[in-house]
Design a protein around this ligand. Structure first.
Ligand SMILES: [Fe+2]
Ligand SMILES: [Fe+2]
Length: 269
């Protein structure tokens, strides 16, 4: 079993003609990432979108998102972010196996033997995360079903403090509850978004990774109470290469003007 997943994160797609100041071309950078994913060889088996697919969750933004992602001809697995709306995601991805009811939009999908759990950590209208007893019960039930292959747990908010204080300040209610669930079950990777820059950590012994955003990035400032600042770092996406239980995450940058070339010293290496 060899599976390739692309991870798009925090595209923050906006409506055509928006006058919002974004500092980068959100739609253009997301479209460039989509084009690069389409060109990947080997081809991607699915695309995981780890939240904040749109800027404000309006119908016009989801219509624009549908246009941006239209070139993708593999399953798109959307995780709700704090900038999304549940109704908007349901409307934009009608084929996705969303749960019934009005609650959190968590789901389980299998891609070529890889179990992917999409955990909705959002609180409608708020920036922070929530893992309440209902979500604990849902997650424990989802993970109690036996599965022979690897399990990826995807969620928008990272379940760890990152050290970028103004982002961490939004909070993660129920973080201890989440960590104790992960300690009790088998999960191979935790895959997140929200932070608008790549980072890695460990949660109850499980590697936890934050994907790179296609929108403007959060500035790297680890000073206590550091200011809210952004930076126009290169856009990109991650590629998860899953070969049985051997899981590697790569980062692809897009729109840098660079292409691979053979260096002059290749013959002596
Ligand atoms: Fe975001
Ligand atoms: Fe977010």
């Amino acid at each position: 079993m060899l599976v390739h997943l692309a991870q798009l994160s925090d595209m923050h797609v906006v409506a055509e003609g928006t006058d919002e100041v974004l500092y980068v071309d959100n739609n253009g950078r997301a479209a460039a990432a989509v084009a690069a994913i389409v060109d990947e060889s080997p081809a991607m088996d699915a695309v995981l979108a780890t939240g904040d697919l749109t800027q404000w969750g309006s119908d016009a933004e989801y219509d624009q998102l549908a246009e941006v992602i239209a070139p993708l001809d593999v399953p798109i697995l959307p995780i709700p972010g704090n900038h999304d709306t549940r109704a908007g995601l349901r409307r934009c991805f009608p084929e996705h196996p969303w749960p019934s009811g009005d609650g959190h939009l968590s789901w389980v999908v299998e891609v070529e033997g890889v179990r992917i759990i999409g955990l909705d950590t959002t609180i409608p209208g708020e920036p922070g995360a929530l893992f309440d007893p209902g979500r604990e019960e849902w997650l424990r039930t989802a993970l109690s079903n036996p599965h022979a292959g690897p399990t990826l747990l995807a969620m928008h908010h990272p379940p760890f403090a990152t050290g970028i204080d103004w982002m961490d300040a939004a909070g993660f209610v129920g973080l201890d509850r989440f960590v104790s669930v992960v300690a009790d079950v088998h999960v191979d990777r935790i895959i997140c978004g929200h932070m608008h820059r790549p980072m890695s950590s460990m949660v109850a012994g499980v590697p936890a990774e934050v994907g790179i955003s296609t929108a403007v990035h959060v500035a790297l400032d680890l000073a206590p109470d550091g200011p809210l600042q952004v930076i126009r770092d290169p856009a990109g996406y991650r590629i998860w290469r899953i070969d049985g239980n051997a899981i590697v995450a790569h980062t692809r940058y897009v729109d840098t003007g660079e292409t691979p070339f053979t260096p002059a010293w290749s013959e002596i290496s």
